[in-house]
Design a binder for this molecule. Structure first.
Ligand code: DGY
Length: 358
């Protein structure tokens, strides 16, 4: 094991109660062993600097994610892992990583991590919500507008030499203003989308596991049972976490309940929509259009049937991809990592109970 020293321990360093860290983190005459961490992708420089200021970091520099074998091997002797939603952090990996005590996901979602297993092993898991809320809501709106007004088709037509004249019936789309928007999942991002929709004069319905009466009053949105929302909305946008309950939440039956003119937008997780049912719904016209930032799987294979359709826009999971937001996400991931390594509660901990917080 490579041993690197950092002068003086951080003042706030605390040992976690339940584990004996003595073999992995030892103070010797004022010098402290720097915790070894593995970072599965190069993050913005400020975040890397922050990680390097406290840790001995091994970083995967490839453009594509490290293979499963590489992550398994690298995790073996680290105390911290900074990972992305492309990395599957499961029970097998945790069992191969006896020293692991912090998993810092550089994403708001954490469906790539087995949280129950991490909690059982007293590994704290951090994520990066909040900072991406407005950016993701902006992008959701961009997709909705682009789909409604056929922006991508227009661009394709011009580039392909299809623009011959101004025509009264060319690329007619749908109005966003005055339309009904159905929001599935009224969490932070769903509410941020609702706020934008109100600015566009839309009627907003939402469906959520728990009714959010305070948000209803604040934003002027109305709760609707799921089926009613499906049937009444001109646009439907998905903002749920991926879980057993939300896996393929939108499938054949749900498409049959939607308006033929409906536009479906998904910036949540690909698995929330049954892709083949979506393909069929778009092909036969049971809905008009879909705009997806997320797919199942990611990336979607180039020969996937969905990609043969014209009434579909797909972007490569970039809803949170503004320079500012991605930098902030990486910085939070770095801070979550460091706090967890110090035995402190990270700013955003998915399982704070590991550190004695509820
Ligand atoms: C997240 O953070 O979960 C997003 O999907 C990344 O854009």
């Amino acid at each position: 094991m490579t041993v690197r020293f950092q002068q003086s321990a951080p003042a706030t360093f605390k040992l976690a109660q339940e584990k004996d860290w003595s073999s992995t983190r030892i103070a010797i005459r004022g010098f402290q062993l720097r915790p070894k961490v593995y970072v599965t992708r190069l993050l913005p420089e400020v975040a890397m600097e922050r990680i390097n200021s406290f840790c001995d970091a091994d970083v995967w520099r490839g453009e594509l994610p490290p293979s499963r074998e590489v992550i398994l091997r690298k995790a073996r002797d680290v105390e911290g892992l900074v990972c992305l939603l492309t990395d599957k952090i499961d029970a097998e990996l945790m069992s191969e990583a006896p020293n692991l005590r912090v998993i810092s996901n550089c994403a708001a979602g954490f469906d790539n991590i087995d949280i129950a297993e991490a909690t059982k092993r007293r590994i704290v898991v951090g994520n990066t919500p909040d900072v991406l809320t407005e950016t993701t809501a902006d992008f959701t709106f961009a997709l909705m507008m682009a789909a409604a007004r056929r922006v991508v088709e227009g661009d394709r037509s011009v580039r392909g030499g299809g623009w011959k004249t101004w025509g009264p019936m060319i690329l007619l789309g749908q109005d966003v203003h005055g339309a009904t928007l159905g929001i599935v999942g009224l969490g932070r991002i769903g509410a941020a989308v609702a706020r934008r929709a109100k600015g566009f004069g839309m009627r907003v319905l939402y469906y959520s596991r728990t009714r959010r009466t305070e948000v209803e009053t604040e934003l002027g949105v109305r709760y609707a049972e799921f089926d009613r929302l499906l049937g009444e909305s001109d646009f439907i946008t998905l903002h749920v976490n991926l879980s057993r309950e939300t896996f393929h939440l939108i499938g054949k039956k749900q498409f049959e309940k939607m308006k033929k003119t409906c536009v479906l937008v998904n910036t949540s997780r690909g698995q929330v929509v049954d892709n083949m049912a979506l393909y069929e719904a778009l092909r036969v016209g049971s809905i008009a259009f879909a705009a997806l930032d997320v797919t199942e799987p990611e990336p979607i294979p180039a020969d996937h049937p969905l990609l043969t359709l014209q009434n579909l826009i797909i972007t490569p999971h970039i809803a949170s991809a503004s320079m500012k937001t991605r930098t902030e996400m990486a910085l939070i991931a770095a801070e979550n990592l460091i706090a967890g390594l110090k035995g402190e509660l990270p700013l955003h901990a998915v399982n704070p109970e590991v550190l004695g917080h509820c």
